[in-house]
Design a protein around this ligand. Structure first.
Ligand code: FEO
Ligand code: CA
Ligand code: CA
Length: 677
């Protein structure tokens, strides 16, 4: 499918669905290789691998068959899940739902004023200037940085991933299918101002209710319209980062498509730049209406990254988003951005050491000897799972800690067929990453991370979304779905062809050390309806009809080390009949592989966040793009949403207000930890 096919496909009704369709275009050309071909040829590592197998015969235990086969505890008895709550009934309707005994209150909506002098939201007369002082659109990652010991005041750090103009702006309708005919410069500026991130102080009152501190001194908006950033690490200053307004290759305006993210142990916020390719434009089209990048000096690299995606019209008005004018500008995006939320005047930093790809998230942990470790997925069909390990160790020196994101080793995962995972270093001069293969220096390796990983023989995955480490050397890798994998392209770690519902892999790093360069892996869940044999789902059979899900996307570990999974089925939710939501997934004991539904999104919304406070008593979840995805499947509505005619007006339910993405805060009635007896 080409871009023009997607634009002219009548079944694709809104931008979110078009995004999914664009995601259907894999850019990895290396699928025909046998796993390990390249690495064996280039590294001569076969003996090493054989040696590892020799000493780990017991890893058969970690093979997929052994661990996914659920065991019943006693005859007929339900295995004991550690999550204490009565699960919701699954379904899909106009509003959100939370398990009985909990409050789920809307805390922050698109347009809510977050700066002291911000105007009230006026959806019929929105301006970029107002938007820059108001909460942005499509909240995705949520993190909480406490400001007092009790954790009753703190900074919410929220990513604003993208915009849905058809439900944001009156009278506009869908724009990507009509050549952006209605996108005036003013509307483009509003879109840009609604992207990026927000830092918002919030506080809990004596009754346990959370509210926004509107005049919080650290409240801040970050956007691709106006926020200056620096680049650091091995690629900073590289000639391939030099642009007309920045001949030194050290600076950039803004960050885009900030999806999931993370917080560092010292309280800075990591914003992952995901589908950056979608924001770049060219005026050069071929006969089929597709971008013609053949004259671009970096055409092969651009093709591998899907640049330019032309999802937005920004490049019609801003040279920096037009590759005809600024061919190096896409190389300044696709990084992880560090923001210090405690200092509203601080300059965000794009850390090139963490690699350039469609970063889904950046969840951190600390290794046994104190190194910073970050797990990061590259969300594209057949792309890879990465991990970064700092050279130095985390210390009490907050300023010094930022250097941990500048000097370290980026690894890409190869999931061996026998349950071993090997982390392959992306280091210039090692293996195939040499000048003769086009890598002049480490900057080249990082700017072309995907191509370097191709050469190393990484395992092409079913769209790696969020990855969530736990302190004990365990990490959970969420593979959301991949309907393009053919029968001959499966591997042990991606075992289903045409996978509509995704799976979750559990990694156990050797020695319980997140810095280890190898470990074992197993499949925790194969998602989808366990009652339909063709789906090939695998759950602990104690999972109820309400508890199974499809398309795992975001994850959190709560104060008790328990795993929670948020879903994003996109417009395909009709295949499960369930809205997106938040599920409690047991990883331990006889109940391993059970799942219970805790929170449900309104129709068309995707479940983002989630984030638990350290005391386990507050859970933040983000409802992204309510009212947009798959609304043709909502009984009684059965059409695409527009500003004037949306499938839901959540969360306001006011005839004058369209649906608004919003962060919801969940607490237990009467207080106490969530899902604990
Ligand atoms: Fe923005 Fe891969 O989800
Ligand atoms: Ca996501
Ligand atoms: Ca997703």
């Amino acid at each position: 499918m080409t871009r023009s096919d997607i634009m002219n496909d009548p079944s694709i009704g809104n931008k979110a669905e078009a995004f999914e369709a664009f995601d259907d275009i894999p850019t990895n050309p290396n699928l025909s290789r046998t796993i390990g071909d390249v690495i064996n040829a280039r590294f001569g590592r076969r003996d090493m691998l054989r040696g590892m197998l020799g000493v780990s015969a017991s890893t058969a235990l970690f093979g997929t068959a052994a661990l996914i086969a659920p065991t019943k505890s006693e005859a007929g008895a339900k295995a004991a899940s550690r999550y204490v709550f009565d699960e919701l009934t699954s379904g899909n309707d106009a509003t959100h739902h939370v398990a009985e005994g909990y409050d789920a209150n809307v805390l922050l909506r698109w347009g809510d004023p977050i700066i002291a002098d911000a105007p009230e939201f006026d959806v019929m007369n929105q301006t970029a200037a107002a938007q820059l002082k108001q909460f942005g659109y499509n909240n995705d990652y949520v993190g909480f940085v406490p400001l007092n010991d009790e954790g009753t005041r703190g900074l919410l750090c929220v990513n604003h991933e993208y915009t849905n103009e058809e439900v944001m702006f009156p009278g506009l309708g869908r724009q990507d299918s009509n050549g952006f005919a209605g996108m005036t410069p003013d509307l483009i500026d509003i879109e840009m101002a609604a992207h990026g991130g927000s830092v918002v102080e919030i506080a809990k009152d004596s009754a346990g209710a959370w509210a926004v501190v509107r005049d919080g001194k650290m409240n801040r908006r970050i956007s691709p319209l106006q926020t200056a950033m620096t680049l650091d690490g091995p690629a900073a200053g590289h000639h391939r980062l030099q642009t007309n307004d920045d001949p030194a290759g050290l600076n950039v305006i803004g960050t885009i498509n900030n999806c999931a993210g993370g917080l560092t142990p010292w309280g800075t916020w990591l914003m992952a730049e995901e589908n950056f390719h979608g924001y770049f434009w060219t005026d050069k089209l071929d006969g089929a209406g597709k971008p013609d990048i053949s004259a671009q000096p970096e055409a092969a690299q651009m093709a591998r990254y899907g640049v330019p995606g032309m999802w937005y019209a920004w490049g019609q008005h801003y040279d920096r988003y037009n590759i005809d004018k600024e061919p190096n500008m896409p190389n300044k995006f696709g990084w992880v951005v560090e923001v210090d939320p405690m200092d509203p005047t601080s300059t965000p930093i794009k850390h090139t050491a963490l690699g350039r790809f469609r970063h889904e998230g950046a969840e951190t942990t600390v290794s046994t000897d104190g190194k910073l470790v970050i797990y990061m997925g590259d969300d594209n069909r057949f792309d890879y799972q990465y991990k970064y390990v700092s050279n130095g160790s985390v210390s009490d020196d907050r300023a010094a800690n930022s250097a941990l994101l500048s000097e370290g080793v980026l690894y890409v995962a190869r999931f061996e067929e026998d349950g071993i995972i090997n982390w392959l270093p992306l280091v210039h001069g090692e293996g195939p990453l040499t000048a003769e293969n086009g890598f002049e220096d480490q900057g080249d390796v990082l700017i072309d991370t995907r191509i370097a990983a191709d050469l190393l023989g990484a395992t092409p995955m079913d769209r790696p979304e969020d990855a969530q480490p736990r302190g004990d050397g365990t990490a959970y890798i969420l593979l959301t779905n991949n309907n393009k994998r053919k029968a001959g392209e499966t591997n042990a770690a991606n075992p289903r062809a045409a996978s509509d519902f995704g799976h979750i892999i559990e990694i156990k790093e050797n020695g319980g050390d997140h810095a280890a360069t190898s470990g074992t892996w197993s499949i925790l869940l194969k998602c989808g309806d366990p009652a339909i044999a063709e789906v090939g789902a695998e759950w602990n059979p104690d999972t109820s009809q309400n508890g199974w899900f499809g398309s795992p996307d975001n994850a959190a570990i709560d104060a008790d080390g328990r795993l929670w999974i948020a879903t994003d089925q996109g417009s395909k939710w009709g295949k499960t009949g369930k809205s997106d939501g938040l599920y409690a997934v047991e990883t331990e004991g006889d109940a391993r592989g059970t799942s219970k539904l805790f929170f449900r999104c309104p129709v068309g919304g995707e479940m983002c966040g989630p984030y638990f406070t350290d005391d386990g008593e507050t859970l933040f979840v983000a409802v992204q793009h309510p009212g947009t995805d798959g609304t043709k499947d909502l009984a009684g509505f059965e059409r695409e949403s527009t500003f004037e005619d949306p499938a839901t007006r959540w969360p306001d339910f006011n005839d004058k207000m369209p649906p608004r993405p919003a962060v919801v805060v969940i607490t237990r009635q009467g207080g106490g930890k969530i899902a604990v007896s």
